[in-house]
Design a protein around this ligand. Structure first.
Ligand code: AMP
Length: 114
């Protein structure tokens, strides 16, 4: 699989503002935050898009969501709430082809998203 910026961040080749890491998942603040808290939760396993997930990745996706829950609690977002987003391919605006869960919080959100 082609290397990309998020795999380079996980490998320590590109600096980031890291907020969380466990055996499977790595999380850091978005360079261009769309909310007061904007964290990207990325699996260490290379997976380009949601379309590439298999049944074997079910637990990994669960780990990503549990990481989001922990980070949200650490950021003080539990009560007021927060949003989690996976973008998949062009129509959703995916720009980095290593799956990542956006965790956004610290302001009121609108719905539907743009
Ligand atoms: P997406 O559009 O879902 O692919 O989101 C990619 C996100 O990665 C965008 O919100 C970018 O601001 C963010 N991003 C790109 N490069 C970096 C980087 N080096 N460090 C942190 N965030 C980044």
């Amino acid at each position: 699989m082609a290397q990309n910026v998020f795999l380079d961040i996980i490998a320590g080749k590109i600096p980031c503002d890291k907020v969380y890491e466990d055996d499977d998942v790595f999380a850091f603040r978005d360079l261009n935050p769309a909310a007061p808290t904007h964290v990207l939760i990325v699996p260490k396993k290379p997976i380009a898009t949601l379309n590439d997930l298999t049944d074997d990745d079910a637990a990994l996706v669960g780990r990503m969501l549990l990481a989001a829950q922990k980070i949200a609690a650490h950021e003080g977002l539990t009560t007021r709430g927060y949003r989690t987003v996976f973008n998949c391919n062009e129509d959703a605006g995916q720009t980095v082809f290593q799956i990542h869960l956006h965790l956004l919080g610290g302001r009121e959100m609108t719905w539907p998203p743009g």
